[in-house]
Write a protein that binds this ligand. Structure first.
Ligand code: AGP
Length: 616
């Protein structure tokens, strides 16, 4: 995780602009971690730095208090991997004379071994981090040439990194290098300022020419110039591409939290995801020019879906849809586990990798694994220019716009909408009748309006959330498509309210977990599947008989459910089972949001989390 940033000003920028630019850049990277932040740079040939535990705003106060000015700088926002949330563990890390500074995203896997070797040479460590090892190692190899020292250190390092380093004795130089971690350089064509970042979010609102630093490449950045080297140290040609200005303002737009804003955006974001991507006339999806040839889709005997967290939940739902509608055997795998299963991937396996950020290290590692085995990977991604979008063989974008809240909402529903179009596409090129395709499109087109109907119930959902906020334990139950939807609903609640919430297949409760049912455990029953409705009702009765309080999300007017449960959130009824997860998930998102609010939790940036999980 973590976000790294660096800046060498061009013409017309002063030393105070450098600090300001770094703070602004870090704020855009804060979603990658917010345990601590720091900045180091050279001012009048001297190393200067400032660190602070907590979010960027506390670093901002600290640099303002210290009136920090820098001629050029590197900066960092941290998601702790090695060592607690202390100033000592905050980046940048330094050599013993505080002449060299480094910021790092990634994990140095052999840090323990390297630390032992360095300590044996009487080199002292002041933090518990893996990154400090890099500072000490590069410093050991430094003999006046920072680039050469970094290249030599890289040979000793195992693990992943995006690094930016400076040295007081080379005051106009930033060295940046990457292995299995994203790193992008941006050049302002007017001022010639140069930016270094973990992703292009930090360039928001600037029209820069950008370049992604690939594995093992190293860049030497000085005033107005970037020189790129390959893994062998040879100078390389490179091309900068115009990024353009993304004017999509990242503001809360009057909402109290980004999460609430993003929940309410969903009718619009689903529209953007599906717009122009289907043909009613032919009852099929039109997903644009995919770089993966049609015959790969036609001949796929097996689909493998990879993702983590919410993206895995979307994949789980899609796997059922693909099997049921397109009749292709499909498995959705948690990317972090998948790699270690010695997976069977044949040439007839189509791999779909789902990631909102496109930077999730576990998903990327799994993608690289299947690509090495010869499979074609179709990426489903929200963030343009992300690593997944660049590394997959073809990528389809969600078009949901920037998702700022760590807790994913609109990306999830857009993933479901896009995956349902992909299912339609695969079903229609195989056996699905045109009329059935047209019927599916009719339901899909209605989804934004159904979400509106759910959003209109926000005051009622808020009232119920206040009632249920007193519980410490929750079960979210569902069957068929509603099972992964219940996993997602439980994830929402636990990540923003820190409550114990478990998503479970309703029919499986009787095989053990029903022992946990008591008046102190709230059960949220997601009753959105017509096909399994009767069985779901029986499962709710089983919970009720054991004294468990139940709140249901159920189709409008189902009297039987109303008699079993204490509370019901009525859901739109005219929707097919495959797509019902979308409005039901929106209701569950609101429920979790209002519980977290009632419990005064930090909603947009929950403790211990980061939006983009860039370590395995
Ligand atoms: C969702 O609310 C989570 N914060 C998290 O599970 C997330 O979905 C997961 O880390 C995967 O992220 P990605 O979609 O960017 O790959």
């Amino acid at each position: 995780m973590c976000g790294i940033f660096g800046f060498i000003p061009g013409s017309n920028e002063t030393a105070s602009d450098v600090v300001d630019t770094c703070i602004k850049g870090l704020k855009q990277l804060e979603y990658r971690g917010y345990d601590s932040a720091g900045i180091a740079g050279i001012y009048k040939n001297e190393m200067q730095s400032c660190k602070s535990v907590g979010k960027i705003k506390s670093l901002q106060s600290a640099v303002e208090f210290e009136k920090l000015n820098l001629d050029m700088a590197i900066a960092h926002t941290r998601w702790a991997t090695h060592g607690g949330l202390t100033n000592e563990n905050a980046h940048p890390h330094f050599d013993e004379k505080t002449k060299l500074a480094v910021v790092h995203n990634g994990i140095i896997e052999n840090h323990f071994e390297l630390r032992k070797k360095l300590a044996a040479q009487d080199i002292k460590f002041y933090s518990e981090t893996d990154t400090e090892v890099v500072a000490k190692l590069v410093s050991l190899y430094y003999d006046g040439d920072l680039k050469a020292a970094v290249q030599r250190a890289a040979k000793d390092i195992k693990g992943s990194y995006a690094l930016a380093l400076i040295h007081q004795d080379q005051p106009n130089l930033i060295v940046a290098t990457a292995r299995d971690c994203p790193l992008v350089l941006g050049l302002d064509p007017q001022t010639k300022s140069i930016f270094i970042s973990s992703d292009t979010n930090a360039f928001l609102g600037r029209s820069l020419d950008v370049m992604f630093v690939k594995n093992e490449q190293l860049a030497c950045i000085t005033k107005h110039s970037i020189i790129l080297y390959d893994a062998q140290g040879n100078m390389m040609d490179y091309k900068l591409e115009a990024l353009g200005i993304d004017l999509h303002a990242i503001t809360k737009n009057g909402f109290e939290h980004f999460m609430l804003k993003e929940i309410f955006e969903q009718p619009m974001t689903i529209n953007r995801t599906i717009e122009g991507r289907f043909s009613e006339e032919f009852g099929t999806a039109q997903l644009g020019n995919l770089a993966i040839p049609t015959h790969v889709f036609q001949s796929a005997h097996h689909i493998l879906i990879l993702g983590c967290g919410t993206s895995w939940h979307a994949g789980h739902i899609a796997a059922s849809m693909l099997e049921s509608l397109a009749r292709i055997p499909t498995q959705a795998e948690i990317a972090s586990e998948f790699r270690y299963t010695n997976p069977i991937v044949s040439e007839n396996t189509l791999v779909i990798a789902i990631s909102q950020s496109g930077e999730t290290a576990d998903t990327l590692a799994a993608v690289r694994e299947v690509q090495a085995k010869g499979a074609k990977v179709l990426g489903i991604c929200n963030v343009k220019h992300s690593t997944l979008s660049r590394e997959s063989d073809s990528c389809i974008y969600l078009k949901a716009g920037p998702e700022i809240s760590v807790c994913s909402t609109k990306a999830f529903t857009s993933q479901l909408a896009l995956l349902s179009l992909l299912t339609l596409h695969l079903a229609r090129i195989r056996h699905m009748e045109k009329a059935q395709g047209q019927e599916f499109i009719r339901y899909l087109k209605k989804v934004p309006q159904l979400i509106e109907e759910v959003l209109n119930q926000a005051p009622k959902i808020e009232k119920l959330a206040k009632k249920y906020a007193k519980f410490e334990h929750f079960f979210f139950l569902g069957r068929q498509y509603m099972f992964p939807a219940s996993l997602e609903a439980a994830l929402k609640l636990k990540e923003i309210s820190y409550l114990n919430a478990t998503g479970y297949p309703a029919g499986e409760m009787k095989h053990g977990p029903i022992a946990l049912i008591s008046p102190d455990v709230a059960v949220i029953a997601m009753c959105g599947n017509k096909k399994t409705q009767d069985k779901m009702i029986s499962n709710m009765m089983e919970v009720k008989s054991r004294g468990g309080p139940i709140m249901a999300l159920a189709p409008e007017g189902n009297e039987e459910i109303a008699t079993i449960t204490e509370d019901v959130i009525w859901m739109p009824e005219d929707i097919c089972d495959e797509l019902a997860c979308i409005p039901y998930s929106v209701a569950a998102q609101l429920f979790s949001y209002y519980i977290a609010k009632e419990r005064n939790c930090e909603i947009d940036q929950p403790r211990n989390l980061a939006k983009s999980v860039t370590v395995e």
